[in-house]
Design a protein around this ligand. Sequence first.
Ligand SMILES: [Zn+2]
Ligand SMILES: [Zn+2]
Length: 201
Amino acid sequence: MTIERKQPKPKKCRVATCRASFVPSRMGQAVCSPACALIDAPKNQDKARKAIAQRDRREIQVRKEKLKSRADHLREAQTAANEYIRLRDAHLPCISCDSMPNDNDLMTGSRWDAGHYRSVGACPELRFEPLNIHRQCVKCNRNLSGNAVEYRIRLVLRIGAETVAWLEGPHEPRKYTVEEIKTIKAEYRAKTRELKKGQAA
Ligand SMILES: [Zn+2]
Ligand SMILES: [Zn+2]
């Protein structure tokens, strides 16, 4: 019985000015000769540098993540939730004053907030509850401290009296772990992506 040793397939030299055909004598050999290896080296160094820079960025990211406080995570999750709400309600008027978004607002989203019906301070249990957050004009949210009476009137029309009563009722205190907060942020980001996909289609 004879064993056929497979000859490695010939490759083309990676050096653009060479491109000679050669049979690799070791794994991963990409150039035909030591001369071409010299020409190829700077390109390799560049690749290595980029790989190192990328690894450094990742490590910095990991370190930053570890330095974040619970409050930082809560803030980030709230930002993600609010972004989702603004997008969800993009075509609805302000929850408190019926002012409508104009085309410019739709593009920039700048004049609009996501306003909590029960504020984060008053009812932290509902800070991520989508039924408790609605798109609101900056004037109502910031200058009129939420414009709560008007908010309630339109909230009843939008989600029903029963749901408003539920919001206004007692809620179990919640102590989220950092992992849970991260999950909330990830979920809201995913919901935002879904909405954007739907609107683009
Ligand atoms: Zn070559
Ligand atoms: Zn308003």
